[in-house]
Ligand binder design. Structure first.
Ligand code: 13P
Ligand code: SF4
Length: 302
């Protein structure tokens, strides 16, 4: 164990803290995490944490979600400037407008969104449960915020619903092109293509498997293929390689990096544990309002 890891271990014991991390953070952060997973796993697990402090290694909306789901805990975000641009790509006025236009509309909010957007929504979803949840809703009209690509992926599978699309996107996934996948496929013709649903439809069409980061990891493990082209943020390669030392993983191009996820470092985790800052702080009434769509997500995804 190196010096920084030993220090984090000591601080965790002293502060009664646990470290939760998303698969997109840097390898050395994933290595020291007590809990690691996709956005759904992190939300679900946050409800069950008994420790006094949760250090959330990910972007702001993940820290906010953990706080909303377990409000008596201190939730530390090692770098509070680590923010997901897509989380802001929907607006309150448009939600009001759509609600006026369609009386039975359900506002379905991808968990990659600000706490404010959650307060205006009927139900949250993650990429792991969006299809199941939208399918289970009684509403015909679905306003899906903020991600247009996940919305299109779900809408194609549910022709009985009427989707109203929003124009948000994740720059990491949206920038991946079909040409890059075809080029990677030319170099590795036997590789299976594993795609995150935040990618454009022209990219998901080329996939052998489409799913959340956890979905991609379990698919790769159970697949008989020995080579894979991984079409999501590169951080996921750490867990893929760890679980499958005999399989080969490639990316399509080399730009699949989320700069905000990579802001989380061991030094910042040490500092956050030592100082108790930056901590997520949200108004109580606001948290109660944002909790409703998140609780509905947890109930509907069981
Ligand atoms: P999942 O964690 O649901 O796979 O979503 C990926 C993502 O973009 C998180 O920021
Ligand atoms: Fe946001 Fe995309 Fe980064 Fe996830 S990968 S935090 S959706 S910018």
């Amino acid at each position: 164990m190196n010096e920084k890891t030993a220090r984090i271990k000591r601080l965790k014991e002293e502060k009664n803290a646990v470290i939760m991390a998303h698969y997109y953070v840097a390898d050395e952060v994933q290595e020291i995490a007590d809990y690691i997973g996709d956005s759904y796993y992190l939300s679900e697990t946050a409800t069950k944490i008994n420790a006094d402090t949760i250090v959330l290694c990910g972007v702001s909306f993940m820290g906010e979600s953990a706080k909303i789901l377990n409000p008596t805990k201190t939730v530390l975000l090692p770098d509070d400037s680590a923010d997901c641009p897509m989380a802001h790509m929907a607006d309150a006025e448009r939600i009001t407008e759509v609600r006026k236009q369609y009386d039975d509309v359900a506002v379905v909010c991808y968990v990659n969104s600000t706490a404010e957007l959650k307060t205006l929504s009927d139900v949250c979803v993650t990429s792991a449960n969006a299809l199941k949840i939208v399918q289970a809703l009684p509403n015909k009209n679905i306003f899906f915020i903020p991600d247009q690509n996940l919305a299109h992926y779900i809408a194609d599978k549910l022709p009985e619903k009427n989707f109203i699309f929003n124009d948000g996107y994740c720059h990491v996934h949206h920038n991946i092109t079909a040409a890059q996948i075809l080029e990677a496929k030319k170099l590795r013709p036997d590789a299976e293509v594993l795609v995150h649903p935040e990618c454009r439809p022209e990219v998901t069409t080329l996939a052998d498997y489409i799913g959340s980061t956890s979905g991609i990891i379990s698919y790769a493990k159970s697949s008989e293929a020995s080579e894979f082209i991984v079409v999501t943020e590169m951080g996921v390669l750490y867990e893929l390689k760890k679980q499958n030392p005999d399989k080969k993983f490639y990316t399509a191009g080399n730009m699949q990096v989320c700069p905000n996820m990579k802001k989380i470092t061991l030094d910042k985790i040490i500092q956050a544990l030592e100082t108790g800052s930056p901590a997520v702080s949200l108004k109580e009434a606001f948290m109660k309002q944002a909790l409703l769509p998140m609780e509905r997500m947890l109930a509907l995804s069981k």
